[in-house]
Design a protein around this ligand. Structure first.
Ligand code: 8GT
Length: 144
């Protein structure tokens, strides 16, 4: 029996936003939401009429107040995960070029995290296979 056949497919676009030190921005899901307290990549549901890139440009501004453009979003990988109520399909992009400093505009906590430390931040189960992909992409940190 296919575990996803009777579940709606939810398309969510997510972004590994990098700073100049190659740290990745994680956002903590606020109290009151499903999976509260877990750390995730900024992003959100792809709305009708949007491409995933449109969604990210919109969400990055709404959630973090930063401005980026579609050519600055590089596809990296995707998550495909069966939650109880839906099957999540989540393209993950990398973005290094944006204007402004991310600020939490939706009550979430933000944290810049080195790739080697991603496992210290509990994440939604869909995100776990993405961690080694990001770690492979980024050079090891050699600073102090
Ligand atoms: N943005 C984002 N969403 C993720 C990640 N991993 C993951 O499982 N998700 C799931 O993808 C969905 C994202 O939807 P969303 O951010 O638009 O919606 P939400 O659940 O926060 O609530 P909302 O409908 O009130 O906006 C949620 O079910 C969320 O749990 C991730 O790394 N980033």
């Amino acid at each position: 029996m296919n575990d996803t056949a009777d579940k709606p497919l939810l398309l969510v676009a997510a972004c590994a936003l990098l700073d100049t030190d190659n740290r990745i921005l994680l956002a903590q899901r606020p109290e009151g939401k499903a999976m509260a307290g877990l750390w995730e990549f900024p992003g959100g549901k792809v709305e009708a009429g949007e491409t995933p890139e449109d969604t990210l440009v919109r969400e990055l501004f709404e959630e973090l107040g930063i401005v980026t453009e579609k050519p600055c979003l590089a596809p990296l990988s995707f998550a495909s995960h069966a939650y109880d109520d839906f099957h999540l399909l989540m393209p993950l992009y990398v973005c290094r070029k944006y204007q402004g400093m991310p600020v939490p505009r939706e009550g979430q906590k933000l944290k810049w995290v080195r790739a080697s430390a991603l496992r210290d931040y509990p994440m939604p189960p869909a995100d776990l296979p993405l961690v080694p992909i990001i770690q492979d992409l980024l050079p090891p940190f050699r600073g102090s």
